[in-house]
Design a protein around this ligand. Sequence first.
Ligand SMILES: Cc1cc2nc3c(=O)[nH]c(=O)nc-3n(C[C@H](O)[C@H](O)[C@H](O)COP(=O)(O)O)c2cc1C
Ligand SMILES: [Fe+2]
Ligand SMILES: [Fe+2]
Length: 404
Amino acid sequence: MKVFNVKNNVYSVGVSDPGLRVFDIMMETKHGTTYNSYLIKEQGGITIIDGVKEQFTDQWLNNIRSLVDISDIKYLVVQHTEPDHSGAIPHLLALNPNIQVFGSFMAMANLKEINNGAFNANVVKPKQELKLSDRQSLFFHPVPNVHWPDTIIIHDPFNDLAFTCDFLGMHIAPLQLFFSKEPNKAIIEEELTLYYDAIMAPFKSDALKSVATLKSLDVSMVLNSHGYILDTKEAVRWALDKYTKWSTVHKSDQLTVTVVFASAYGYTRRLKDVIVDELLKGGALVHVFEVPNVEIARIVGKIEESDVLIVASPTFVGDGIKPIYDVLNSLNPVIGHGKYASAFGSFGWSGEAIRNYLNRAKELRFKTVDDGFKVRLKPSEKDVEAARVYARNFITKVREELNK
Ligand SMILES: Cc1cc2nc3c(=O)[nH]c(=O)nc-3n(C[C@H](O)[C@H](O)[C@H](O)COP(=O)(O)O)c2cc1C
Ligand SMILES: [Fe+2]
Ligand SMILES: [Fe+2]
């Protein structure tokens, strides 16, 4: 990517990675990505904001050299230390060990483990000012967990803009980086959405706090670290509105339970029917999904809105079944934290599914109040009554826990 002027004394010195097809092992990037890095060419206070992925070090350093001497760089601000932004930094610090590096406590600690050597680390406090010159200062705002604990954003009031790193980023490697100049806004929206879903979605409440921070700064430009720069106030507002919508979870006042089940011969289904009936009688709001015929994202969305997750299936070959694990494996401990889980099902001779689901739920930080419920083969009338008791006890215990 060629160096270009973003605004006044702010330049883009980042690099383009158009061939990237997978990011962070899991995320498909069909349009590649960019690793945006910025240089503030302020006399006496030359500053670099973020680095790039290590394999692009030479290009990044040459971009910087086209504007300034490396030896004249005074400051480096590290907003986030994931190696797509920090991998090249040790090479810059090797060339100029006098650079003063600024970042959160966590960012400085992480960079130590990436640089594997001493550097001039400066831990920043919330709203701390870094004076670049008589006319220009940068202000640091911690926005932890969008998406690492280390993250800060930078406000540059002189230029009326903010640097936000991954926050409001998108994986796309266009020929020019200005949002306002891209006629195909649909592609930006698609990539902003995919990026949010893959990277930010586990951190919805933190994303909302970061939206509030950025809104309070009321800037006319956002210089992020992947894809298009949001170069108008309207573009910034548009992206912030999207993040607000995606991050707002509509929790009901009613105790909300999501039940995810599968059943080969109808035995677990029979248990599901009576258990759901008891949950409804107990005043819960209940969402029921039969897997594998539902889009997992829809199920995850309902689990996020719920207080309780109950999974149900038979035991197959000494374990639970893939469609249920696919749901559990689409969750994370941020979702599970503060929620309750249970499991039930029919089994033939060993019945491991229930215990294994509960163990996985505990790894995901769901709390449990029982050992689940299981029935050997076809539920008898006695089993049906026991299932009702299980459901009533479960809901009572969860209510007690929630009211503690
Ligand atoms: C392919 C297959 C493998 C099974 N493996 C086990 C097993 O390892 N342990 C067990 O307790 N039951 C096992 N079973 C028995 C089922 O768990 C049992 O038939 C159960 O009642 C089915 O409930 P459903 O009607 O809700 O599907 C297996 C059943 C099938 C079809
Ligand atoms: Fe990141
Ligand atoms: Fe990133």
